[in-house]
Design a protein around this ligand. Sequence first.
Ligand code: TEU
Ligand code: CA
Length: 546
Amino acid sequence: MIYQLYPRSFYDTNQDGIGDIPGIIEKLDYLKGLGIGAIWLNPVYASPNDDMGYDISDYEQIMKEFGTMDDFKKMLEEAHKREIRIIMDLVVNHSSDEHQWFIESRKSKDNPYRDYYIWREGKQKKEPNNWASFFTPSAWKFDESTGEYYLHLFSEKQPDLNWENEKVREEIFRMINNWLDLGVDGFRMDVINLVAKYPGLLDGTGDKTPSGYVFSPEYFANQPMTFTYLSELYKRCFIGRDCMCVGETPFTDTETAKKFLKKEDPMLDMIFQFELMDIDSGKSGKWEIVPYTMKDFKEVVARWQEATKDSWNSLFWSNHDQPRPLSRFVTWSTQEERVLAGKMLAVAMHLQRGTSFLYQGEEIGMINATFDSVDQLMDIESIQYYQERKKVGREEEAWNAIARKGRDHARTPMQWNAEKNAGFTKGTPWLLVNESYPLINVEQAMKDPDSLYYFYKQLIQCKTTSDTLLYGDFTLLHAMDDNIFGYARRLNKDEIQILCNFTASPVPLVYDVPEESKVILSNYKEHFKDILQPFETIVVQSKAPM
Ligand code: TEU
Ligand code: CA
């Protein structure tokens, strides 16, 4: 179980309203208590925070708001003492425009760093091609000083690095090796499958975005050279080391995943796929929110389990880019239901085959926040989207989408207790505190033996001590049921059935388990053989049929 920790919102020790590394150190025992084996830290490198640390201005320095390199080393040591591994974020598709390389690169066309980034001349006084960016209308920005454009798939302050340049790759490999030598245990590699761009940078042919540009992953995602670069990176940095790497890979289907995960030519240990996170996204992307069915959900889960059966899968309900799962995948109305549903979701995901990622706050059942106006938002993606839509009078529609899927929902401060600012800071928090904190907080959860926190602890214990849950194969059960998600994990003669009612109503279900089976985990004390109670989850172990 890996705990994804968003440092900016975890715990503030110097009351500047920003979480910090000393805050992480202070809470390591809390995390140890939960039973996790590793922490993935969102970026902690020097950054002007245009995209909250995903715009790095120095890969070898710690963000000053978070602390010093000594603080970092101390955290590493303290985590290791507790047998907790530390996995860093690695953001090397782009840097910040305030990185020394880019400052040099933009100075002149013959600067030694010019080729560290992707510069092109305009075409008839317009951008070099029609690519749309994730955050702005065009993926190109005109730079006065040399009269050329640079490519930025994300914000204007995140110029894409030029991986074709061997010097760039060498710098990156050196930097990765430095962190590994320092003792970090692995990396979560940000949009790592976007590093190679199609050589001709051709115009995309898909639908135009409202501003007239074309989102063109066919030319910037999973290009042939991506696999070459990643294989090289693995050989130069990871081989022979006790570490792990998980690649964040949008636009990746199961066939492409197999290429990333093949054992003969290692590139990545796991990937984060996006099909589940995009299950409610329409053709035009995440802001077009569309309905989906339980069958759609099962189809995605089963297909990815199948595709990774010879490699390894990653399991997650959320991360710092996604809304809170309790506000997204289930509909509940009382606090009691919230806790039941939280437990059910935990089982539904984490007893599948793969490594689990638990996003900060999920262990206490945090939910989406209420934002009253765009001034309260801090996330560049939501803010830019809102402003673009406002230009064409569609701000209300944009606001409704942000209320459901804005990235700030996941980024509000951790709720430690019922005191001011949820005990996160005595200063002014950098992003508003979710108003639910008097009810939903760590202190409350620790006092209540039936809390989600203790359930997670039990679940982690269950999974990490069962070979069947760790290594057993996966079979979908009740595939046609519209309300129940069920699966079996089998290893040799051992079978564990996992049943989950995703609805707030009782659902009839006859479960077919042998007499001598036993319930090893559930969110209810009482069970009925022909019904699953509202949000009930039940994990039943038996000997598999011969
Ligand atoms: O996200 C990559 C990515 O594909 C995003 O567009 C994602 O789909 C989006 O955030 C959903 O709203 C990674 C990081 O996780 C994200 O925080 C960064 O902003 C982005 O890369 C750029 O580094
Ligand atoms: Ca602080």
